[in-house]
Design a protein around this ligand. Sequence first.
Ligand code: AMP
Length: 420
Amino acid sequence: MNYIKVKGTYDVLPTEAENWVALESYVRQLFKTYNYGEIRTPMMEYSNVIHRETELSDMVIKETYNFKDKSDRDLTLRPEGTAGVIRSYVENKLYAQAGVTKLYYMGPNFRYERPQKGRFRQFMQFGCEVLGSNEPSIDAEVIELAYETIYRLGLKQVSVKLNSLGDDDSKRNYRQALIDFLTPVKEKLSKDSQDRLTNNPLRILDSKDPADIELIKDAPLPLDYLNETSKKHFEAVLELLNLMNIPYEIDKKLVRGLDYYAHTVFEIHATIKGFGAQNALGGGGRYQNLVKELGGPDTPGIGYAFGMERLLSALEQEGIALTSPKQLDVYFITFDQQSRKKAIELQHHLRSENILSDIDHLNRGFKPQLKEALRYDSKYIIIIGENELNNNVVQLKNTKTEEQVEVSMDTLTDTLKELL
Ligand code: AMP
C-alpha cells in the first residue's frame, strides 16, 4: 500500500516552514500598520454560503469540494476567503459597529483545479475585506496595501493592473453590449466561452483561447460603459493612487473570476521570466451586493487576496530571503554519561535565556558530535570532559575564529549572553 499526499497538496518541511512563518509575521505586521483586525473563520461553510444563486463562476460551480456530513448537511470547503468573512460579519452583526470595518485573514483554501506549477488544490491565502464605505479612498487604500505588500517585501518584477466594471447599472449595460457583440459570432467561440455567453459573459474577456482572443479584440470594454457616477468613482481612485505614487497600469480587459465584483478590480502579476502561466500573485476588487445577499444590510465592501505559495516562489526567484540561514548559538560536546548530564543541566539554563542550543542524543563520539555542530552552523561549541567536570569549567570554542577559552560553569550563561 502506498501512503502519499493528496493530489494537489504539499508538505511544508522545517526549512521551508521558517519562510512561511516569516511571511505570515510580515503580513500580520503590515495589516496592523494599516489598522486592520484579524478574523479567523472556519475552513468549511454550509454550501449555501459559497454556492449562492448569483455566483455562477467556474471556481464556485465546478471547483469546490462539496460533501455531506453525517447528519446529511451540505458542506463546502472554502475556495476563497471572502464569502466566509462576509457570512461571519453578518452573523456576528459587525455592521452594528459605527464606521468602517477593516478585516484581514490568512489560511488555507481548497479548489478542485488541475494542479500545475503555482496551482494547488489546497493553497494558502491572506487577504482583507473592508466593509461599510463607498468612498474611493478605501479602494485606493486597499490597492495601496496590496502594492505595499509586494513593495516592502522587495519584489521588483511585478505589475499592478487596474480596471473598473462600474456600478450595477453600468455592468448591466456593458454585459448586454458584450452579448450583442458576441452573439453573431457565438459559433466561433470556444466551448467554455459559449457557455459563458449566457451565464457570465464578462469572463470571456479573460479567455486564454486563441480563437476567443481574436474575436474579442474589438469587443466593447467595461470602461466605455461606465455611467457618470462610476466614472467619477474610478477617476477619484486613480487620483489618490497618483498622489501616493502607486504605479499601476489600466488593463481594460481585466475582469475577475467571481461574479460579485463591481467598480474597481485589480490584480498584481509577477513579471519574472519563467514564472509560469500562473503569474497572478493576488487580486481583488469592490463588491456591492454580497453583504445583502448573505442576509445583512445593504453594505458595500472591497477586498483582495494574495496566494502565499506564489509569493514565496516569486521571492525565491528574485533572490529575496525572508529568513537568515538557521544557526545554533551553541552545541554541547560531551564524552560520557556524567558530562552529558552536566551539559543537559547547563543547556537548560542557556535555553531559559533564549540561547539556541542542542546536544547529541545518540551517545556518539567526539567526531560525529563535532560534525553535527558544524551541520547546524553552531557559533560556539562547548566541550565538557572529565577534567572540565572536576574543575567546574567548560571549554568554549568559537567555531569561526577557532579561539578557545575556559569558562566557569557558574558564569557560562552570562559569558554567552555577552558574546552572542
Ligand atoms: P483568486 O481569488 O482566484 O483571484 O485568487 C487570488 C490569488 O490566490 C491568486 O492570485 C493566486 O495567487 C492565489 N491562488 C488562487 N488559486 C490558487 C491555487 N489553486 N493554487 C495556488 N494559488 C492560488
